[in-house]
Design a protein around this ligand. Sequence first.
Ligand code: NAP
Length: 256
Amino acid sequence: MKIAIIGAGNMGGAIARGLSRGTVVAPGNIWVADPSAAKLDALTRFNPAINTTTCNQTAVDAAQWVILAVKPWLVDSVAGDITIRPDHVVVSIAAGVTFDHLVGVLGDSRTIFRMIPNTAISELASMTLIASRNASPEQEQTVLSLFNELGLAMMIPESQMNAAMILTSCGIAYVLKYIHAATEAGVEMGIAPQAAMKMIAESVKGAAELILNNDTHPAIEIDKVTTPGGVTIKGLNELDHAGFSSAVIRAMKACL
Ligand SMILES: NC(=O)c1ccc[n+]([C@@H]2O[C@H](COP(=O)([O-])OP(=O)(O)OC[C@H]3O[C@@H](n4cnc5c(N)ncnc54)[C@H](OP(=O)(O)O)[C@@H]3O)[C@@H](O)[C@H]2O)c1
């Protein structure tokens, strides 16, 4: 399969780099278009096999799948300026641009995907949300295979896109906030900031692996480290006295 990525910014660039390291699409079958020659040069320095161009149409004509990776307010003009064949599958990563809107721009009969990665896509660790319209099960499987190489991809109904994006795109900032706060605790207890940050980040990664790799629940995993009368329960109860769970729930809901 051949893929055109329109926009080589944070997301488009990370998708191109990630896909070029994967197994589903050969780097030579990736085309990236962007007005900035410097951004395109950075991509070819990363992998010389990636095709780059400043002409969106050249990239689109070379591919069967077109990923629109421009800012939401540019989707209409960028899509309007290119000729997209009826057989092109279009993937939009523009946050908040709905299928109803995309159909108005791209036509009703086309296969369209909406996709929301998070910033960990640069580390091949994105939680990528995908919704489909007019897609076959094979096309859905293809897009899942592509983006499972860049982390974990999940197909969801469009109606859940906003809430799920809060958990994954805003949520990553809340996890980073925890890492920052815990680092400050480490420093107060005499551990150098860089060392503390790595200890905490690896612990967060470990907690995530426990959940992702096992049929378990946070409460079960917490119980395993909570000795009656021990120190962990004291800290957990302090978190609850300070309203930790409530603060997390309120933070998520504040984004709605
Ligand atoms: N960043 C995130 O965490 C995140 C997460 C999920 C989804 N998204 C979505 O991803 C999309 C891209 O976001 P981003 O953060 O990657 O933005 P970005 O870094 O600004 O990247 C957009 C790229 O598109 C280029 N561009 C502008 N006009 C163009 C045109 N006519 N044709 C081709 N390329 C053009 C821009 O070039 P110039 O810089 O020269 O204008 C820029 O390189 C947005 O719709 C956003 O909603 C972002």
